[in-house]
Design a protein around this ligand. Structure first.
Ligand code: HSE
Length: 409
């Protein structure tokens, strides 16, 4: 029997406890031994909960208890998650976490300690909620050279964008609903500013390349600038707007970004709606595969944590090679990345079209009835070239740009 502890009895932690209880038999069968919950660490008491008799408030109890073989970290944030997880690994305990902030910031060190101590640091739930993407990268796609990853990696923002698109809701209304449903991070900025997606694409890119990725090297934009007007154009154009985390590996060059992207109906991620996540992975032999499922929420995310616990129990006495090395992967500056751009241009089409189209080269033009503005879809160019062209338009007294959304159309 393997004894387990959960640190953090919030949405995910309570989900892990629930699954350990409800699926006890199937878990024991697959793990090759029973996994029994011994402690739940939290600052709060939960007198009415099924784990009331397991609640403790002192981390040292877990650290010092040699019977505890696996520790689940579902506290979120870096402090005290980081020192606690580090101490657990150093004490020779396996750790499974759902905490992408922790993995992105300290994964390299925690993976090294796990290797040195012959235990495992697993983090399937840190990316894509219940979607088995991390394990797929180190197991099922182990023979591939990964060339590209593009994903809708944040359930909260996907939920918000879907509500704005389908029901004409404001950003604030949709955010509140997402929070009520338990999808959003404690700090909604982490979701809506793209920081959560940034950490997730950093983790996936590191998994794909076997090298450390500094998430701060990834150009990151969130969805706070996306408006209902943008979706009116999307409707006219037959497109959608999604928050992408993406990376491309070409030889020894890697680019990566997080930003809203306009995509068409033929894009595989077009139909990924609500809290669902979708991740495209392109391997040099396999071609493109798509992973789809519940990207956030209590039980889907907890299910991924439990799968990690099972793999740890199966490998109780050994370290499973996975993750990345201490070698840092250089990420190219965003200025070199190439995109098409959807632009909204101020003023009537008849007054500004000629100047705007000339500034960006050939472009398709769109109008939404009743608006004193028009939309442009440019050809492909680098970010640097776009910046220069936009500056030239301004210098020449051309119409103002109201919006810029990268497009994969
Ligand atoms: N806030 C995150 C999301 C939780 O909405 O995707 C899952 O990582």
């Amino acid at each position: 029997m393997m004894k387990a502890a959960i640190m953090g009895y919030g949405t995910i932690g309570s989900g892990v406890a629930e699954i350990l209880e409800k699926n006890r038999d199937v878990i024991a069968q697959k793990a090759g031994q029973e996994i029994a919950l011994k402690y739940v660490l939290d600052l709060r008491e939960f007198p009415e909960s099924p784990v009331a008799d397991k609640i403790i408030h002192d981390f040292k109890v877990i650290e010092a208890d040699r019977e505890v073989g696996i520790v689940v970290e579902t506290m979120g944030g870096l402090n005290p998650a980081y020192p606690f997880v580090k101490a657990c690994l150093e004490a020779g305990k396996h750790v499974a976490t759902s905490n992408k902030a922790l993995v992105a910031a300290h994964g390299t060190e925690l993976l090294r300690i796990a290797r040195e101590k012959g235990v495992n640091f697993f983090f399937e739930a840190s990316v894509g909620g219940g979607i088995p993407i991390v394990r797929s990268l180190y197991r099922s796609l182990a023979g591939e050279r990964i060339e590209e990853i593009a994903g809708i990696l944040n359930g909260t923002t996907n939920y918000i964008l879907t509500k704005m698109e389908k029901e004409g809701e404001t950003f604030g209304e949709a955010l509140r609903e997402a929070q009520d449903l338990g999808y959003a991070e404690r700090n909604p900025e982490a979701d809506v500013e793209g920081w959560d997606t940034c950490r997730k694409i950093a983790i996936l890119t590191a998994m794909a390349t076997g090298k450390e990725v500094n998430f701060e090297d990834i150009h990151t934009e969130g969805i706070t600038q996306i408006t209902d007007t943008d979706f009116k154009y999307a409707q006219v154009m037959g497109t959608s707007i999604k928050l992408f985390g993406a990376s491309r590996m070409e030889g020894d060059r890697t680019s990566a970004f997080v930003a809203p992207v306009m995509i068409g109906k033929d894009h595989p991620l077009y139909s990924v709606r609500d809290v669902y996540n979708g991740i495209l992975v392109k391997g040099n032999m396999l071609g493109t595969s798509m992973f789809y499922g519940s990207g956030a929420g209590k039980l889907p995310t907890a299910s991924a944590v439990v799968a990690d616990m099972i793999e740890a129990a199966q490998n109780e006495a050994c370290h499973v090679p996975m993750g990345w090395s201490e070698e840092r992967l250089p990420i190219e500056p965003i200025e070199k990345a190439r995109f098409r751009y959807f632009l909204r241009v101020s003023g009537l089409r008849k007054d500004g079209e000629a100047l705007a189209v000339k500034a960006f080269g050939t472009a398709d033009v769109y109008e939404v009835a009743g608006l004193e503005e028009f939309g442009l879809l440019t050809g492909e160019m680098t970010e640097e070239e776009f910046r220069q062209r936009a500056e030239a338009l301004k210098r020449e007294g051309g119409p103002a740009l109201l919006q810029k959304i990268r497009a994969e159309l």
